[in-house]
Each structure stands twice: as structure tokens, then as C-alpha cells.
Write a protein that binds this ligand. Structure first.
Ligand code: FMN
Length: 138
């Protein structure tokens, strides 16, 4: 079989060599300003209790918001939202939500919005976070 190069620097992976789900993580800032960001490095850990982990970035708004509110929404996209999910990071804050053509609704149990256009959601409470290099697994 013909092999491919597998560089250590994941920024050189296009497309990613590790296929996985793509989600939009939704959060609120302390003043209630909403934010969404695509996150693909996300994984279920134990089933009981039901815990998932995602890898964030040290200076990201998502991570700052989660550290303040201790919660976040995980919004699952279908293929119709794939393109806009890839492209939405060109905008920031509310612009990212409106220019992506997305709208928000309140979560039932957490202080974070959920994205109406997504097919399923998880309302998550922060259990732990650990800084590893530039990463921030939550
Ligand atoms: C498809 C896709 C998947 C991404 N996955 C992750 C991820 O798993 N972890 C991460 O920290 N950033 C990821 N990013 C990058 C963040 O979405 C990007 O840095 C974003 O601007 C962060 O926004 P924020 O500062 O508002 O939180 C991904 C971007 C795209 C387009």
C-alpha cells in the first residue's frame, strides 16, 4: 500500500488524518454576550458518569467563557452546516453567529446558548480543565 507522510505538525494536516465529529461549542461571556466556535477534537470519556472532553486553545473566547460560567453547549451539525462551520472562524463574536446565518436559543439547564439550526445539543457543566502546552482540554 502507498503510504502518506504524517507530519507531527497538525497544522499541515489538510484534510485531517484523524477523522472525527465537528461540533459548534456555544458559550456566554459573563455579561451574557454569546459566542460559538467549531471544535473537532472532542471525545466521549466514561459513559457513567457521562463525560466528554474537548481540546481548546489557551487564549480562545470559548475557553475564557467556560472558565467564567463553568458550562458550555455542544451543538451537533449535519452536512448542510459543514461549509459554514469551516468558514465561520473568519468572523468573531456576534458577527460569527449572524454572518453564519445561525440563531440562538436559551439552554434549559446551563448559562449558555444553543444553536437553533443544529440537530442535537448537549448541555454541559465543566468538571475539570488542564493546560497542556497551547492546549486546554475541558
Ligand atoms: C472545522 C474546525 C475544527 C476546529 N477544531 C478545533 C478544536 O478542536 N480545538 C480548538 O481549540 N480549536 C479548533 N478550531 C479552531 C477554532 O474554532 C478557532 O480558533 C476559533 O476562532 C476559536 O474561536 P473563539 O476564540 O471564539 O473560541 C477548529 C476550527 C475549525 C474550522
Amino acid at each position: 500500500m502507498k503510504k502518506v507522510n504524517y507530519p507531527i505538525d497538525k497544522k499541515k494536516w489538510s484534510p485531517s488524518l484523524i477523522p472525527g465529529v465537528i461540533t459548534l461549542i456555544s458559550t456566554n461571556g459573563l455579561k451574557g454576550n454569546p459566542n460559538i466556535a467549531p471544535k473537532s477534537r472532542i471525545q466521549m470519556v466514561p459513559f457513567d458518569p457521562s463525560i466528554l472532553i474537548f481540546s481548546g486553545s489557551k487564549n480562545g473566547t470559548t475557553e475564557k467563557n467556560i472558565n467564567k460560567t463553568n458550562c458550555f453547549g455542544v451543538n451537533f451539525i449535519d452536512s448542510s452546516l459543514a461549509s459554514i462551520t469551516y468558514n465561520c472562524i473568519q468572523w468573531y463574536g456576534r458577527d460569527r453567529i449572524t454572518k453564519a446565518g445561525l440563531s440562538l436559543t436559551k439552554a434549559e439547564k446551563i448559562n449558555a446558548p444553543l444553536i437553533n439550526e443544529c440537530k442535537a445539543h448537549l448541555e454541559c457543566k465543566l468538571v475539570d480543565t488542564k493546560e497542556i502546552g497551547s492546549g486546554y482540554p475541558n
